[in-house]
Design a protein around this ligand. Structure first.
Ligand code: GAR
Length: 213
């Protein structure tokens, strides 16, 4: 069975969705860069080993990433899963985990990379928003897209209501992306697109909840 290490910085709801999704993977550890991340307690309750690599203990990004990699490598995971991990990783780190490092981002990339995605989506007046599961490459929030989910932006939406609608979809598509990885069904083409091998007719890498109803 493939093993994964999950990196978090805070609440850990995506991590929790992964832990509770009954995936064909062993979650070897959860590592946080923040000692007070609420997700650490959730991981412990699920019997998953936890580790803290506090970014404040290191002088620069290189030193932090080196310590983080050392922590991850004790578990020799097949896949490293960023789940609300709010640190920018160095190019060297990303290269070392090339093809086995994934992220969930709260927008339909390439729109709204970076922070405050929901506020920016509301400010732009977009009518469709969503989330993206993707492989990580050195440029921020770029990288081969595994799957996306779209949600409507509704009249009267606030940052919180929109975030909640998107998060519900994150909790569906991210575990599914990990399942596809674990099943060995994800491959990346030369031009950096992801192909889902043996796609079943019910499986589609773009989820739109209002169509599914
Ligand atoms: C999630 O919405 C995730 O997509 C986002 O942070 C939140 C973490 O929530 N990630 C990013 O913005 C990464 N750039 P969680 O800790 O409850 O999973």
């Amino acid at each position: 069975m493939k093993s994964i290490v999950i990196l978090i910085s805070g609440r850990g709801s995506n991590m929790q969705a992964i832990l509770e999704a009954d995936l064909p993977v062993r979650v070897a550890a959860v590592i946080s860069n923040k000692p007070d991340a609420a997700g650490l307690e959730i991981a412990r309750r699920h019997g998953v080993p936890t580790q803290v690599v506090n970014h404040r203990d290191y002088d620069d990004r290189e030193a932090f990433d080196k310590a983080l990699a050392a922590g991850i490598d004790t578990f020799s995971p097949d896949l490293v899963v960023l789940a609300g991990f709010m640190r920018i990783l160095t190019t060297g780190f990303v290269h070392d985990y090339n093809g086995r490092l994934i992220n969930i981002h709260p927008s339909l990339l390439p729109a709204f990379s970076g922070l405050n995605t929901h506020v920016r989506a509301l400010a732009e007046g977009v009518k469709i928003h969503g989330c993206t599961a993707h492989f990580v490459t050195p440029s921020l929030d770029k990288g081969p897209i595994i799957s996306q989910a779209a949600v409507p932006v509704l009249p009267g939406d606030t940052e919180d209501t929109l975030a909640e609608r998107v998060l519900e979809q994150e909790h569906i598509i991210y575990p599914q992306a990990i399942r596809w990885f674990a099943e060995g069904r994800l491959s990346i083409t030369r031009n950096g697109n992801v192909i889902l091998q043996n796609q079943k007719s019910a499986e589609i890498a773009l989820r739109s909840p209002w169509e599914a109803q």
